[in-house]
Design a protein around this ligand. Sequence first.
Ligand code: ADP
Ligand code: ASP
Ligand code: MG
Length: 812
Amino acid sequence: MKVLKFGGSSVANSENITKVLDIVAKTSKETKVAVVVSAFGKTTDKLLAGANEALMDITIAKEILEAIKSLHFQIIEDLIFTNKKAVSEEITAMFNRLQSIYEGVFLLQELSDKTLAKVSSFGERFSSFIIANAAKELFDAIHGESRDLIITNNDYLSGQVNFKLTNKNINSFFDKNKHQVVVLGGFISANLEGETTTLGRGGSDYSASIYAADLNADELQIWTDVSGMYTANPRVVKQAYPISEISYEEAMELSHFGAKVLYPPTIQPALRKEIPIRIKNTFDPENLGTLISKNPKKGTDVKGISHIENISLITLEGGGMIGIPGFSKRLFETLSQQKINVVFITQASSEHSICVGVYENDAPKAKLLLDETFSIEIDRKKIKPIIVENELAIIAVVGESMKNHQGLSGQMFSALGRNNVNVRAIAQGSSEKNISAVINKYDAEKALNTLHEQFFEEKTKQLNLFVTGVGNVGERFLAQLHQQKKFLKENLKLKIRVIGISNSRKMVFDTTGINLKNWKELLENGEPTTLDTFYEKVKKSNHINSVFIDNTANQQVSEVYEKYLRQSISVVTCNKIACASSFENYKNLKRISRKYNASFLFETNVGAGLPIIDTLKNLINSGDRVHKIQAVLSGSLNFVFNNFNEDSTFHDVVGQAQKEGFTEPDPKIDLSGVDVARKILILARESGYQLELEDIANSSFLPEESLQTTTNKDFYASLIKYENHFQDIYKEADVKDCRLKYVAEFSNGKANVGLQHIASDHPFYNLEGSDNIVLFFTDRYPENPMLIKGAGAGADVTASGIFADVIRIANQ
Ligand code: ADP
Ligand code: ASP
Ligand code: MG
């Protein structure tokens, strides 16, 4: 025997009920089935709304009733054929009775709990009768009347079950029953006098559990609109996922603290008989859902997080309580006598106050009652009048094995603290199955998501960046980072924070991450800095996974890398000076980087964002050997010679290149060929050759006078003066139908750079704009070289190269 319960949304319309009947038909082929159904969709809400409306306006109440009726008749129309007439007559008669009740409410202007129970019971009475008859069309089924079987006390709206009698009734009914399937209404019951009572809102789950226990079912299945009990309410936490297995106690805690998918009392009857409960999705029946059992397979320490909104805290406080027993007894007695549910209890160890959480709509009544109970003590000023705080929520972190792990509550509260969620009260059950906290209800969603991220989401890797240099490249880098933040977090599980930014004058630090929307303003208002002050501050901040990023072209900055690396802080740089300095220094930085387990990456030193160095590294690491490199490596020179001709002037074209960000801050470094020489030097070194900058033959096309200038102004002046010289260079190539390219070559351990005439059949001839090209001739690519080509200069591509290095560090 199995008991299958289908909730409101599972039976909201004919289409859904068809799915339900499929599921029941399948199960009934293997075993007898008791089907417990809720009212169709939101019928209970509507019935109650109609009853409340009947107190004021009977016409509106009847309109509500008509809407309910039309849904029910639509379902009869769609699903019942042979018995349609009889079923329709029975349902019509029931609607007539319901209408009379509404009219009675209107006339008497009275709506008691007894009437509310009667009204709301119609939902399940309709639904179970209609579904039973629809089932009869398809398989061997019968309708059972829960009000004849489940007996409660006179608490009409949340009846306390008389288990002895109920058990007897259920067993004698099922003993006589010969049908394979019995369809019963959930939620509804009766008292000893036979008056209708209900088991409380959401109570169909409970009915099903009572049937399952009394029938010693093999399994209780709760079919709903989600695929199980989730790690948190899936409507509030998008990342929540179904828990595959959970214990009865854990499920009980989660449902007690708001996991609506299971009505809290449901667990008890099933637990008593150790009947496994499976929560399944009617709309995804293949999904295994959640198994609730005595010995679930081991999962995470924290099983789920739940929350209840609309909570009030009631505090009983005063020096007069100390050492005198009985205050809490009187408090709880008063509340329980009036059926006020206490959701949460905490007592300060000083015994100076007791604090309980109740539902917000019970709070005014609770205050009134408690002020009355303690009136003598309050009058004598032994205790203060009851304090009520509203608009609160409770969040609870649940898991049985939490007790085996220290530090979980620390994690919980520090995560909440980091996210600025103020905790008003805390309780930890002595069983340590849950830790719960009272917070402002407006923080509930943030708190749930924070805790879910803390305990369930794949651990994100955090990278902490310290950025020096916010010129063209630095600015673009920060903009790209800002734009990609969300993507990196969601797709690469990577959280990148910029903690420090500096330029040559100022610095700004924020250990929680600088807001990249307005970093300029923050930096402008930052503290004065030097390279040393910045370094000291980075060192002191002592973050994990720190990366120092140099976006400058500055010699002094390149000299501090070693200090960072020695602190295990990685270095990413587009500044070529370090790698093109003495071979000794280059090797030393690499050695320190290995020793301190910090990356030293400089992909942007050659070809901006093009993956040249990385590719070269991969070749070498996989055992290839480089024989020859031919390359056009200066985006700036390429731009200059692609745009310079008889109609333009050389200095104008150079000025334009600088304006567009294609040159170093000092354009002479590009024009003199020094920049290209540094690049080929770095490539040769990365290929495994020991070379110095002086070893690279550089035949500059600049006049000696231009080379000797010391300021940009003088440099440009010299370009104007030697315009004819540049025009001659152009014409010399042009008459041969050649283009001018500044070519870098490395072969047989030697390197040279210089301007060359490139004929139209050469791969360099069609190099556009500021593009770079590199040809690697290696053991594996001896004749047809490996070729990398693309934009090799510009702030955006350089910034993206820096970005790529940062991601490489993250992926290590
Ligand atoms: P039914 O009508 O089938 O009884 P309910 O609406 O009572 O369904 O319960 C299912 C709903 O419970 C889900 O749609 C979801 O919004 C809500 N819910 C809250 N917390 C959880 C949780 N931890 N896991 C699954 N569902 C939850
Ligand atoms: N129909 C009832 C309610 O809406 C009981 C249930 O669906 O569990 O509360
Ligand atoms: Mg429910």
